[in-house]
Design a protein around this ligand. Structure first.
Ligand code: UD1
Ligand code: CA
Length: 462
């Protein structure tokens, strides 16, 4: 029977000191709750039900593309109450039912999958994923009998001082329940405890009373179970995820000079034999091919980079580089930029919504916007496409093998024909025919000896 996941995400997260619900905060660019939902799906949970409450609208809109169901918990009466809201909204649960917390984003899909496997094999009513943190303060403690069965989970606040000392095995808040037995038992949960809440953890005692088996699975890696309650824990979790992603990239053949200073999001791919230098941020759906050198000081968001590219000190957003492209240092590639094979966007170059043809070069201090550029073009330093008149954006078309001299203004809409030559410092406002020389500048005046006479005058104090 396919598994169902219930993700608890109704809490406020007071300690985040935020106007936004805790689970909407981002870890490597992805909201906390999205990490949890994706792990559940990857673990094979066909149905994912998210309990929303605080910031429900924001959580719903974040999860819109993930294909989940929502249940609203209007009052936060505890984790047991949250699961009861799910049952009341969607009807009796059946099959393996995994409960996860929206604020524990580091749990691996494999861990959830092995929890489900253990639970189903043993026909347990509940299997608790357990951990042994160095500091167990705040966590619910597992009371385990000699046969290894869990007899109770006692919340930290409800523990006696002796229990706080002796019970070191803690509840991760990740469980796999038998959906049928969970549904039937939820109404038996009371709220007679220090916090006056309906604790989901009380299901353990209820099952034990019914003679139903409750077991635990010791997590292989406690760092997966780090819950996020504060900004400091968010930073710690980001670090764990950064290491995990970078280890995977390095294992796949990527070189990192210092993996502590490379931040790649979960959807990023990098080809083998690519080297990534420090202070590189690869965000969103960025993909990088093989044999590239990326960074230092580079930030790419939703960019596609082909093979054998050099991307040095570059900021790119929604840009595409084909193969053997060279960027930077200090290039800014804005949305709609497409650099074809062997082309170059050099130093202090900004390109927006433009195609740079094969082997064409924009090496220094230029702005190219709304431009279609052919092959083998060279754009001189400091040249600009004037694409905006204050009201409208207009296109520039530059043909193949055009040579544009330095400091040229191309006032769009304008077209420069194939093989044309534009003299330095021209302000081009009219189309240039194929193979023509376009020149727009005043005649130069040379005043013979003027400089020497001036110097002498000044030195004599005249
Ligand atoms: C819970 C467990 C504790 C475990 C710890 C691990 C209970 C009673 N205790 O404690 O044994 O060691 O997690 O981190 O379950 N939530 C709702 N609705 C509610 C209450 C909570 O959706 O009414 C959500 C929260 O948003 C959060 C999750 O459930 O995502 C856990 O709730 P929280 O109050 O943080 O439980 P803990 O006290 O941390
Ligand atoms: Ca918590």
């Amino acid at each position: 029977m396919p598994a169902t996941a219930i993700v608890l995400a109704a809490g406020e997260g007071t300690r985040m000191k935020s106007a936004h619900a805790k689970v909407t905060h981002k870890l490597l660019g992805l909201p906390l709750v999205t990490w949890v939902v994706r792990s559940a799906k990857e673990a094979g949970c066909e149905r994912v039900i998210v309990v929303v409450g605080n910031g429900a609208d924001e959580v719903r809109s974040i999860l819109e593309p993930e294909g989940v169901e929502f249940v609203e918990q209007t009052e936060r009466l505890g984790t047991g109450h949250a699961v009861r809201c799910v049952r009341d909204a969607v009807g009796e649960l059946s099959g393996p039912t995994v409960v996860l917390s929206g604020d524990s984003p580091l749990v691996r899909p494999q861990t959830i999958a092995s929890l489900i496997a253990t639970a189903t094999e043993a026909h347990n009513a509940c299997t608790v994923l357990a951990m042994e943190p160095a500091d167990p303060t705040g966590y619910g403690r597992l009371d385990v009998d000699a046969a290894g069965q869990v007899t109770a989970i006692i919340e930290h606040k409800d523990c006696t001082p002796e229990q706080r000392e002796s019970l070191t095995l803690c509840n991760s808040s990740i469980y796999c329940f038998c959906g049928r037995r969970l549904s039937a038992g939820l109404d038996l949960i009371g709220n007679d405890n220090v916090q006056g809440e309906y604790y989901l953890t009380d299901m353990v005692g209820i099952f034990v009373g019914q003679g139903e088996p409750v077991a635990y699975l010791r997590a292989e890696d406690d760092s997966e179970l780090l819950g996020i309650n504060s900004r400091s824990q968010l930073a710690a979790a980001s670090k764990v995820m950064q290491r995990r992603i970078n280890e995977e990239l390095m294992a796949a053949g990527v070189t990192m000079i210092d993996p502590d200073l490379v931040w790649a999001g979960p959807d990023v791919t990098v080809g083998r034999d690519t080297t990534i230098y420090p202070m590189t941020f690869l965000n969103g759906s960025t993909t990088i091919g093989e044999d590239c050198v990326v960074g230092p000081n580079t930030r790419l968001t939703n960019c596609t980079v082909g093979n054998a590219c050099t991307v040095d000190e570059t900021v790119g957003v929604d840009a595409v580089m084909d193969n053997e492209v060279s960027c930077g240092p200090r290039a800014y590639l804005r949305p709609g930029t497409h650099l074809l094979d062997g082309s170059k966007a050099g130093t202090h170059v900004e390109i927006k919504n433009s195609t740079i043809g094969r082997g064409s070069k924009v090496p220094h201090l230029s702005y190219i916007g709304d431009t279609t550029m052919g092959e083998g073009v060279n754009i001189g330093a400091g040249s600009i496409t004037c694409n905006y008149d204050g009201y409208h954006k207009s296109p520039t078309v530059i043909g193949d093998n055009v040579f544009v001299g330095s400091d040229t203004m191309m006032v769009a809409p304008v077209k420069i024909g194939d093989g044309a030559l534009v003299g330095a410092s021209s302000c081009i406002t009219k189309d240039v025919p194929d193979n023509a020389l376009a020149l727009e500048r005043n005649d130069q005046v040379n005043l013979e000896d003027y400089a020497r006479l001036r110097r002498e005058r000044i030195e004599k104090g005249l």
